[in-house]
Design a protein around this ligand. Sequence first.
Ligand code: GLC
Length: 492
Amino acid sequence: MVGLGPKPPPSRKGSFVDVPKDLLKEIEELEQLFTVDSDKLKQITNHFVNELEKGLSVEGGSIPMNPTWVMAFPTGHETGTYLALDMGGTNLRVCQITLTDQKSEFDIIQSKYRLPEELKVGDADELWEYIADCLLQFVETHHNDINNVDKIPLGFTFSYPATQNYIDEGILQRWTKGFDIPGVEGHNIVPMFEAALERRGVPIKLSALINDTTGTLIASAYTDPTMKIGCIFGTGCNAAYMEDCGSIPKLAHLNLPPETPMAINCEWGAFDNEHKVLPRTPYDMKIDADSPRPGQQAFEKMIAGLYLGEIFRLVMIDLHDNHEANIFANQDISKLRRPYSLDSSFLSAIEDDPFENLSETADLFQNQLGITPNGPELELIRRTAELVGTRAARLSACGVAAICKKKGYNECHVGADGSVFNKYPHFKARGAAALREILDWPEKTDPNEEDPIEILAAEDGSGVGAALIAALTLKRVQEGNMHGILHPENFA
Ligand code: GLC
């Protein structure tokens, strides 16, 4: 299969012959709960198409469909040096990107900083100070005399839903991905960020506030013009695509030329917040109820890396506490009781265990949780991980299919990034299989044939993509397109 990399090693066969009846019954019930068949995928996709439309309307819907003021695809001939700051869910990354004279080429230097957990639920000022410190350190390392440096243009990838009346503005709609910092929702984050830079004397001017999906879309299109959608399957889950201004009723009052492109950050994590189609399980409901923003991000909470380990953990706890099967009987499961103690790499490791006796999974449970599962319990663990991982991949495909249906794309490439896409076993193949079912593609005659719509690993969106968006914005301002620019003086 094109784009799926080398052929995977033959997977373990697995067998449930030694699994006692009561556990088998549990496995079957989990299969029922977590399996999403083709018809359901199609039903979800059709509803998704309507919800995308609704988000663009004046009344709006639950998917925000945020216009981003990114108004062109790159040509590959963009040039210049830019800084990029990426405030993702887990790390903070600062890059300096030089778009070179060679078509579609770039040089990049970067530093990563861990985003301390306590900052994610702490005080806003501390967050901005921490970010400004990281930027200062980076600029001091890479520029000799920061007092004599012209202000460097920066693309800031802020991957949360934000209303952008301008590209250099971002009014945080709500925190997602477990962040919960008071006093930021409902406010434009740019002045908060700039004030912290000012206090530190960091010579930077913000050219564009960007979502990671928009960055991924633009970075991917820089090297592959058939890329039409940018997706993130990581800590969170979301996509961006290029719309025509004429198809965005909520922007009609601005009288933008109808054919002009406008990248839309869908924020599709909010799909089905009203619970009309997604087959939620009691575990999904508990995750939502215990999260900092109940009722929000219904789709994301079933798919994204932040939640996969937690869904699995809740299943395990339930089967221990409330079911006859009483897995891990008489063992101390206190470590397993800690919320969010298993991340998606734990599930990846289970699904990657190549051994018939699942010895790696047994070690994992022993070392991380102090639990010794027996053979049948190991089979149940493996099957649960497969079910949770497969459901995530299949539901993701509904979002991609919905954008393609809405835009009438029968053939295109989709650029995807994020830890789940890049590291979770079989995620790509399961997603591709689901797309085939949703869009009724015939079986391939040649295994090397490309699918009409391929989801491929993207270029670095929050680095190169952010730099490109800064470059595209500077270019359009120079050409006199001042739409969606709040501070023209920063683009002089
Ligand atoms: C969450 C954020 C969204 C981001 C996605 C992937 O869904 O709300 O802005 O694109 O995570 O990081």
